[in-house]
Write a protein that binds this ligand. Structure first.
Ligand SMILES: [Zn+2]
Ligand SMILES: [Zn+2]
Ligand SMILES: [Zn+2]
Length: 143
């Protein structure tokens, strides 16, 4: 079964209708090899309106097919990822994004929950900096 079929079946199982334009959005999303914006998907499927693209990507995020990624310039991107809750290391020089497997702040969340009496339901954590390739390129230039 293709990823497209897989995702469509999952959505239908949750009671969502997979319309042709929604299907086109899902196909366009699954074709992205790197992170992408809503506009990137919009340009790839001309038949679908902005609202459909937004809603479908949001559904895919809820479904755990796509993760959200906040870039250093404040723009929101997405990436195909089925690894569940995770965080990102973002290189601000070349734009490379690496996934971090573990959640580094689960202890902190427990402490904050106790200290403030909050039931914490979610969080984002992106780390920005320069990757090792970019750092060695800068070091080589300085020589
Ligand atoms: Zn991710
Ligand atoms: Zn880099
Ligand atoms: Zn986390």
């Amino acid at each position: 079964m293709s990823d497209l079929e897989n995702v469509s079946l999952k959505l239908e199982a949750l009671g969502y209708r997979v319309t042709p334009s929604r299907r086109a959005v899902i196909a366009a999303v699954l074709q992205q090899s790197d992170h992408f914006s809503v506009d990137d998907v919009l340009h790839r499927c001309r038949g679908a309106g902005r609202a459909t693209v937004f809603r479908t990507i949001r559904l895919l995020t809820d479904l755990g097919v796509v993760c959200r990624l906040l870039l250093a310039d404040g723009s929101l991107h997405y990436r195909v990822s089925q690894r569940g809750h995770h965080h990102h290391l973002v290189c601000t020089a070349c734009g490379t994004v690496r996934d971090l497997d573990q959640c580094a702040i689960s202890d902190l969340m427990r402490e904050l929950s106790d200290a403030y009496g909050y039931e914490i339901e979610g969080h984002w954590l992106e780390l920005y900096g320069r990757c090792s390739a970019c750092r060695s390129a800068v070091a080589a230039e300085a020589r």
